[in-house]
Design a binder for this molecule. Sequence first.
Ligand code: GLA
Ligand code: ZN
Length: 666
Amino acid sequence: MILYGGDYYPEQWKEAKDILQEDLSLMKKAHCNTVTLGVFAWSELEPEEGEYDFSFLDEMIDQIGKNGGNVILATPSGARPHWLADKYPEVMRTMENGMRRRFGNRHNHCYTSPVYRDKVREIDELLAKRYGTHPAVIAWHLSNEYGGECYCTLCQEAFRKFLKDKYGTVEALNRAYWSRFWSHRYDDFGQIEPPGPSGEESMPGLTLDWRRFVTFQTVDFMKNEIAAIKKYSPHIPVTTNMMPGYYDLDYYKLAEHLDVISWDNYPSWHSPEHLCEAANSAFWHDFFRSLKGKPYLLMESAPGCVNWKPFNKLQRPGMHKLAAFQAVAHGSDSALYFQWRKGRGGVEKFHGAFVDHAGTENTRIFSEAARTGAALEKIGEIAGSAAAKAEVAILFDWENMWAYEGCSGFMQNKNYRAAVLAYHEILWQMAVACDIVHPHADLSGYKLVIAVRQYVTDKETEENLSAYVNGGGTLFAAGFLGMTNENDLCHLGGFPGNALKEVFGLRNEETDILYPDETVKLHCLGKDYVAKGFCERLCPSGAKVLGVYGSEFYAGTACVTENRYGKGKAYYQAFNDDGVFRRDFLAALIRQEKIASVLPDAADRPGVTAHKRVDGKTEYLFVENYTDTVADKVRLDGQYTDMESGKTVDSVTLEAFGVRALKRTV
Ligand code: GLA
Ligand code: ZN
């Protein structure tokens, strides 16, 4: 089945037994089959140190189970009771300026503190022991949106140990950091402090290592939780809810320790950027699926609206179902929400929920949610199937993001995510399936690999990309390729560094930065285009010139190139553009490489796209209309059965924000 439901906080309604009873019957009416319990329940579970009260969880889990529902059970480490912070101040997070935070909010713990780790382990073990084999419990939800960083003395010590383990000697670290710059050489590890505005900000290698350390230490904290859970509940999968585009943590590293991937998605539907939001949401679905290459969970999204954006617009009729089906279309086996019922108080009381403060089923949102639940039930057989094999991969790399966005040079406000997502959006619009992968990933199965602003290329990336092209792959790189190594030290001998010069048959000699209103003309594919943002001046050394600049002192020089290397080809785009060039060029590559689209006319229907899942015997096609107008007679790539109506169709007409799930036997 496809999991449908979401975060449920019965502890907030302890005194209102009638409401809790009503919830169970409303959940049935909404076709909810899953709730997440206990996310922030620590002070209820352990009201005083060492004194536990599991009665409300006992009752809730049993009741949900008796009603045929599933429970995703959370560990409570995302927020802690007052007594814990009062008694053990070290558990509270310390800010970059050295000030320890006072009690309040959530997610504000020190992830190094042995006391916090002990306390978390204790409560996690008790939960695992008590519920780890309960038939209703189907997954463990570790903490909540791990994130942030701490600068306390314990964390600083751990950082120094991390560096010592990595470099061995302080000389090696000095070399990696190019520390003679501004006389910043370290004499011993004890001198090292985390980077930040009140201290060191001029050493990119240190900043990168701090980011790595924050991920490392968070993973270590998470492993402490996993060990506690697995000790008593080894067979129930663990997950943690991740966030789209979260800068602070390298999710590839978290993924290694999780059984199932899950994430939280809150697009700004119906904003002026609505279609772009739809494409971005698609990107992160693709990313989280690609982490393990198997079904994942949409752990949170909003019924109706959120409460924390500058403008919290209502979701238009149809959007709830479309967003749920989008998740399933990309490979999710769930559509889960924050939250089941709106709280009466607290800062999230106006956040969307299945059940409003009105408390009844007679609301627009509840009806939409119930219809969506019924529709998901009808397509339940899709759960467990794989996303159709993607022939295209886009590289995504946290270390590259940190180094590229952090480097002083070129222009301020470099935005790696926006640059990468802009290429994905084109594929999304063309209904071309795409994986999002790390530059060290096995690329051999892809016809086309896209590397956008891949500024950091370490040895492994160089070798991987070279081997991919050499073996017959098509690699398309757009801007800033191969400038520095993993410590942000520039590659010597010209960009892109080392072997990649051969692969691309060129050198990128210098980068011209354009002011916001400036454009540079260029000519390629028999048409005129414009560059925006930046233009690199290339010196081809073997690459065929496909496009040339048409203005500025570098008019007539190469800006788009193709190079044959081994059995494959490497293309280079030396500038940023306004979206038109990259759309045409990618479309040309897709045609040339005979890459399949799952919807014949998608490219001509802005905001209409499609995705496929397969299970060997059956193909499931989702056709999605993100526009606020009817998409009339959308032609399909053959005949399908509409999974909701049972009709046989070879085209579909989609209402505004409409979606269809179709299937056929292969
Ligand atoms: C996050 C959190 C939830 C809730 C929602 C609100 O994703 O995980 O606890 O705060 O946001 O949108
Ligand atoms: Zn700390």
